[in-house]
Structures are given as structure tokens and as C-alpha cells.
Design a protein. Structure first.
Length: 73
């Protein structure tokens, strides 16, 4: 299952790369991409784990860049 999100307030390309790397390490994630230019996050992961993946992804994003909000696209 693929889920798409807008990353409101993302202001750092290096931070976007760190987010992508960390989210890709989460259990159940097949592929996650963060595009700094479009400020979008796409997560492809296991259906049954998606709720947990999204919750953990939000924690990662807040930790790396506290002012960035993850909003469903």
C-alpha cells in the first residue's frame, strides 16, 4: 500500500535525506521517498503495519525537523 503526504515547513534538503533514510529502516517499509523540492513523502509498506509506520514516521520527522508537519496528500 502506498500513502502520500505533504511535508509542510520542510526547510532543509539534508534533513529530508535523513528522514528518508530513517523511515526506510522502519519495519514493514518497502520503500520511502522524501522529495525536498516538492515537499512530499511517499511510503510504500505493508498494509497491516501502515498505521504504525505512519506514527513512527511522524516521530522521525518531528525529531529531525520539529516545525515540519506531515499532512495527508
Amino acid at each position: 500500500m502506498k500513502k502520500k503526504f505533504n511535508l509542510e515547513g520542510l526547510g532543509c534538503a539534508n534533513c529530508a535525506a535523513k528522514m528518508e533514510t530513517a523511515i526506510n529502516k522502519l519495519d514493514g517499509v518497502k520503500e520511502a521517498t522524501v522529495n525536498f523540492m516538492t515537499q512530499k513523502l511517499v511510503i510504500d509498506g505493508d498494509d497491516e503495519k501502515m498505521a504504525e509506520i505512519i506514527k513512527e514516521a511522524q516521530k522521525i520527522i518531528r525529531k529531525i525537523e520539529p516545525d515540519t508537519r506531515m499532512v495527508k496528500a
